[in-house]
Design a protein around this ligand. Structure first.
Ligand SMILES: [Zn+2]
Length: 65
């Protein structure tokens, strides 16, 4: 999913919420380890509301609008 130019990948989905993490979180052991982006979004499934965590992105958006 994409949000304000940042791209997120699904981390886990639960019955009531879905957790998304930034693609630069480095979960797949890529070269970004050590400079991981901690930004995360929790999506509520009943109404689709998005809740950002306290971490902000440590990089610029993937695309500029
Ligand atoms: Zn990020």
């Amino acid at each position: 999913m994409e949000l304000f130019g940042f791209v997120y990948q699904k981390e886990a989905s639960f019955r009531t919420t879905t957790n998304w993490v930034c693609i630069r979180n480095g979960r797949k052991g890529d070269t970004l380890l050590g400079d991981r982006c901690q930004a995360r979004v929790v999506q509520r499934m009943d109404d689709g509301a998005l809740k950002l965590n306290r971490h902000t992105h440590n990089h610029h958006p993937e695309q500029q609008y």
